[in-house]
Design a protein around this ligand. Structure first.
Ligand code: MTE
Ligand code: MO
Length: 381
């Protein structure tokens, strides 16, 4: 694996390396870094810059070197497997299909893993609370692309529990023994008339950049980031879900009693939708303030297209609560049928509650830490 041609990145990003932090300092020169680039913005800039996360500040989660697709004229995505006739589509072909724009939050399942690790060590890249971002994605609807290969855009007649759409990437990663990163979603999720799964070539109105999947990536709104495959190489229609590492041997939610000795991966299904999440971003874990009023800001988001109903904040460890007010910036695009397109974005409408303590949801891979976000505020006199 070659990390000598990684793209430039914003200097304010916090790099979450698998390396020990003491070693990390010596790896300042980027060409010396020999591992996947994983980085997140710091808390305040994430929420204060904009409702839409700027591309530069958007977290980056890679499992290998960022691939170089430099001959865009020759780049093609093949659509094969259980289809009437396989096809190859170029970016120009994708752009001939109606452009669908969706504002969607992408969140890594490992967001807030560092805090979970403090209960008991978990395996995985450590993340603070900013492995999440909200972008305006533009591209072709996967349903429209699948129609071209004879898959009807009529989910009502597709039997449940059926086929999957597998996304295979250009990049190579260690976990797949040097093979490509891949994942799948149920075919029915891609073909319902209201499906907003897209093959995106734009992020915030600009062509995707290399870190985020240039020239083409999948966006599966409401689902953990791991299923939104970047640098798409091919789409494969398969009878059952993808057997790749990240579907079968990773991103699954186990109860706290499961450890590396007794784990049986086949007993759980791959994690898809994200549960309800909210985080305070305007303050660090320990903050000193002057006596008086204090305003806290943060984000709230839920998966599966469920929005946020209410965000409560407590200043006495959960004895009493005040309801937070919600706001969102203007300028968010609306979809054709006049329905606000922010159901996949943060600051929405949902109904489940977050678990009180991280201990209850501790799991060996350290995924889905959606526990109450607690910070310590000390008053200085
Ligand atoms: N796609 C490919 N091809 N390779 C990857 O390493 N990482 C996944 C997903 N898609 C990954 C990928 C994970 S775990 C996440 S959280 C998101 O991409 C991160 O997307 P971002 O880097 O654009 O924020
Ligand atoms: Mo992720």
């Amino acid at each position: 694996s070659d990390y000598s041609q990684e793209p430039p990145r914003h200097p304010s990003l916090i790099i979450n390396s698998r390396l020990d932090t003491s070693i990390k300092k010596n790896f300042f020169c980027k060409s010396l870094i020999q591992e996947p680039f994983n980085a997140e913005p710091s808390r305040s800039p994430l929420i204060s810059s904009s409702y839409v996360t700027p591309v530069d500040l958007f977290y980056k989660r890679n499992h290998g070197p960022v691939p170089i697709v430099d001959d865009i004229e020759r780049y093609q995505v093949s659509i094969c497997g259980l289809v009437e006739k396989s096809m190859e589509l170029s970016i120009a072909d994708m752009k001939k299909l109606p452009k669908h724009i969706v504002t969607a939050t992408l969140q890594c399942a490992g967001n807030r893993r560092t805090a979970m690790s403090k209960v008991k060590t978990v395996k995985g890249v450590g993340w603070d609370v900013c492995a999440i971002g909200n972008a305006i994605w533009g591209g072709a609807k996967l349903a429209d692309v699948l129609e071209l290969v004879g898959i009807p855009n009529l989910a009502s007649i597709t039997p449940l529990g059926g086929k999957h759409v597998e996304f295979i990437s250009v990049d190579k990663c260690k976990e797949e023994n040097g093979g490509p990163y891949k994942a799948s979603i149920p075919l029915i999720q891609a073909t319902t008339s209201d499906s907003e799964v897209i093959l995106a070539y734009e992020m915030n109105g600009e062509p995707l950049n290399r870190d985020h999947g240039y020239p083409l990536r999948v966006i599966v709104p409401g689902v953990i980031g791991a299923r939104s495959v970047k640098w798409l190489d091919s789409i494969n229609i398969i009878a059952e879900e993808c057997q790749g590492f990240f579907m079968q041997k990773d991103y699954k939610m186990f109860p706290p009693k499961i450890n590396w000795e007794n784990i049986d991966w086949s007993t759980r299904r791959p994690q898809m939708d994200f549960p309800v999440q909210s985080v305070i971003c305007s303050l660090e874990d320990v903050t000193k303030v002057k006596p008086g009023k204090i305003t806290v800001h943060g984000y709230a988001v839920s998966g599966g297209g469920r929005g946020i109903e209410r965000v409560d904040v407590s200043f006495d460890s959960g004895k009493t609560w005040v309801e937070a007010s919600r706001y969102q910036k203007t300028g968010i695009p609306y979809v054709a049928d006049d329905k606000c397109s922010d159901k996949w974005a943060w600051v929405d409408i949902a109904a489940n509650v977050q678990p009180e303590n991280v201990e209850f949801i501790w799991n060996l891979r350290g995924i889905l830490n959606t526990s109450w976000h607690r910070i310590h505020i000390h008053t200085e006199h």
